[in-house]
Design a protein around this ligand. Structure first.
Ligand SMILES: [Zn+2]
Length: 233
């Protein structure tokens, strides 16, 4: 995984998207003194069946901020697109390009934009639309004639877009030392997890993330890993 960068912006659809694995890699980067900021397209307000959106949104925002803090991220922004019905289009691309211009990251991180998670495990429309828009906005941000004035000066400095949880992973980060921080980061989504499963949140998070990291280890030198599909620019 490229390491010669200082600023990253992680852009995902929902609270918890970064915590299902990626946060362990982010913990390593912030621990090494790099800056990582989060941008969430929605507040995840449609993500808890038993809680109406007006209550779920603020709760999930709070959980996301706590999750981020565990892995050394204190800049967490929300765009207020509608959870579940994010639409790929110029409005979304403009919002993302503006954020990239403001944050000036060298590395942009997002979540799997492919149709599936691998095999026949179908991805969700928000992840597909948002992920594709992030890949596009990394280019839009650098063109002064596209979305002029949005977010300030053009920023053509994104060198890579790294897609977490892609079924076509090309790169990996060794998370031997940070997997536990990743687990604690996911546990912060307590209300969400409690609505999802009867399992103890900590047990749930540890089992799941250890499973992912061990699975990835088979391809990447036997060490627990978080994987990315890296698009160089
Ligand atoms: Zn999601």
């Amino acid at each position: 995984m490229p390491d010669d960068w200082q600023r990253a912006l992680a852009i995902v659809a929902h609270p918890d998207d970064l915590e299902y694995g990626c946060a362990a890699a982010i913990a390593g980067w912030t621990g090494a003194g790099k800056q990582v900021a989060y941008l969430l397209a929605t507040r995840g307000e449609a993500g808890i069946d038993t809680l109406e959106p007006g209550k779920a949104g603020p709760l999930r925002e709070q959980e996301q901020r706590a999750s981020a803090a565990v892995v050394g991220v204190d800049v967490v922004e929300f765009l207020d697109h509608a959870d579940g019905v994010i639409q790929y289009g110029t409005r979304l691309r403009a919002d993302l390009a503006a954020a990239i211009r403001r944050h000036r990251p060298e590395l942009v991180i997002t979540l799997n934009h492919h149709d599936t998670w691998g095999g026949t495990a179908w991805n969700t429309p928000d992840h597909r639309d948002l992920g594709r828009a992030v890949l596009d906005a990394a280019g839009d941000a650098g063109n002064r004639w596209i979305f002029p004035g949005e977010g300030g000066e053009p920023w053509n400095g994104v060198r890579w877009v790294a897609v977490a949880a892609s079924p076509q992973a090309t790169h990996a980060v060794d998370v031997t030392d940070t997997l536990e921080l990743g687990v604690r980061s996911l546990v912060e989504h307590r209300a969400y997890i409690e609505a999802l499963t009867d399992q103890d949140p900590e047990e749930y998070a540890r089992e799941l993330l250890t499973g992912f990291a061990t699975q990835s280890a088979e391809r990447f030198g036997g060490r627990p890993a978080v994987t990315f599909e890296v698009f160089a620019r």
